[in-house]
Design a protein around this ligand. Structure first.
Ligand code: PMP
Ligand code: GLN
Length: 412
């Protein structure tokens, strides 16, 4: 087998999705809503698949024309830059493919890519598969005489970040709202990163799949909207997360045409087309949201309002059993330190592994509750240091969260 498969074969999703299924666990593991997408988008999809031949055949390779147009229209208003639907937008098979195209198109052998920990795990393997070298900078909890209660307390040190930049640094990857922590980067934090990108001529790959999910007044800011950043940012999004339809696997990359054209080269030589009907439906979704933007009928207002309650519910549940949640400012997930739970993991064979992996396996197998170990979102060098947290997905039905609560109450 090829060398590029070395070191990227172990995958937390492959293991934990299977375990959750095998043990029929209450599933707060993999991040997907266990409720339906809103009716307007389901209807748009039904209409697309019951329509005439065009919706059942290939469409434009770089994105179904109605979808690239609606994405360009929608995001031009937000980025504050006129986005060209044909030059600056690429539709992909989920955000995953957009990320893959970005790394393949922009990272050369031995280029360095800075990744902020904790990070969505695929950045690491995608940089490696492109022949690049991942360089890590952790967000660190600032402890000022008290427990860390909010994802906002996890901060990036400008000095530490600067110290990792070398002449080989090609790009920095950011993820806001962050998976798994839930941090929503503030404008000042993004400006600090932007200043370094401009000073050192780096690209920024900004994964914003949870952009509509922010809580308690946290505001999502696009780094591409900061001065001088449009030209050097690739913004990645996901219809799966945007419209609660993760199985549709529609994603996109938005960037300046001179950067995006290289991603098109990868796309045209790998995936080529994405499913037409799903793109048609997502285009309708964005047209609707364009009209309703900022109103209470907008799904981009309704979903966070609904999830705000689920997030509170999960946080109260964790607190009531003596676990201290780190309150996420955005996204699908909440992490908590489990080192205080007294449990005999009884698994001598895997003692070398970070504690959270062993704990999360035990929780599925013995208690029937699926979560994800947070050290999966760290580089090997840091996975022990940050190996005591597990991640819960709260974008779930109330009944699912109730079932999880029943389990937690029984053993803690
Ligand atoms: N980035 C992040 C931060 C994610 O959490 C996910 C998982 N939804 C993805 C990218 C991949 O998204 P998609 O399902 O659209 O491929
Ligand atoms: N992004 C989702 C999560 O973090 C799904 C990951 C996946 O399916 N590979 O849980």
């Amino acid at each position: 087998h090829a060398r590029r498969t070395h070191g990227v074969d172990k995958n937390v999703w492959v293991e934990f999705i299977q375990l959750a299924a095998d043990y029929k666990a209450v599933n707060l593991g993999q991040g997907f809503p266990d409720f339906s997408p809103p009716p307007f988008i389901q209807e748009a999809f039904c209409k697309a698949v019951s329509g005439g031949p065009p919706m059942h055949q290939y469409t434009r390779a770089f994105g179904h024309p109605p979808l690239v147009k609606s994405l360009a229209k929608f995001f031009s208003r937000i980025v504050g830059h006129e986005i060209d639907p044909l030059e600056d937008v690429l539709v992909t098979v989920g955000a995953y493919e957009a990320l893959f195209c970005a790394f393949q198109a922009l990272v050369d052998e031995d280029d360095e890519v800075i990744i902020i920990e904790p990070f969505f795990d695929c950045y690491q393997s995608m940089v490696t598969m492109a022949g690049g070298k991942a360089v890590y900078v952790p967000l660190r909890p600032k402890v000022e005489g008290g427990a860390v209660l909010s994802s906002g307390d996890w901060v990036l040190s400008a000095e530490e970040l600067t110290s990792k930049i070398t002449p080989r640094t090609k790009a920095i990857v950011i993820n806001t709202p962050n998976n798994p922590l839930g941090k929503v980067y503030k404008t000042e934090e993004l400006q600090m990163i932007a200043d370094l990108c401009i000073k050192h001529d780096m690209l920024c790959i900004s994964d914003e799949v949870y952009e509509w999910l922010t809580y308690d007044g946290a505001k999502h800011v696009k780094i591409a909207s900061l001065p001088g950043m449009w030209e050097r940012t690739i913004t990645v999004g996901s219809a799966g997360k945007t419209f609660s339809a993760t199985g549709w696997k529609v994603g996109w990359a938005i960037s300046s045409g001179h950067v995006l054209k290289h991603m098109k080269t990868i796309h045209q030589n790998t995936v080529y087309h994405c499913a037409t009907a799903a793109q048609e439906a997502v285009a309708h979704g964005f047209e609707r949201e364009y009209e309703l933007f900022g109103t209470p009928e907008s799904y981009f207002q309704q979903l966070p309002a609904l999830m705000h309650h689920r997030r509170k519910k999960l946080a109260s549940c964790l607190e009531s059993v003596g676990l201290q949640p780190i309150m996420p400012e955005g996204g699908y997930f909440m992490i908590t330190d489990v080192s205080s739970v007294k449990v005999d993991l009884n698994d001598q064979s895997t003692k070398d592994e970070p504690y959270d992996f062993r704990f999360a396996r035990w929780l599925i197998k013995e208690k029937g509750l699926a979560t994800i170990p947070v050290s999966a979102f760290y580089s090997p060098d840091h996975s022990k240091e940050f190996g005591k947290y597990i991640r819960f997905c709260f974008v779930k039905e109330d009944s699912t969260l109730d079932a999880a609560e029943d389990i937690l109450r029984k053993f803690s």
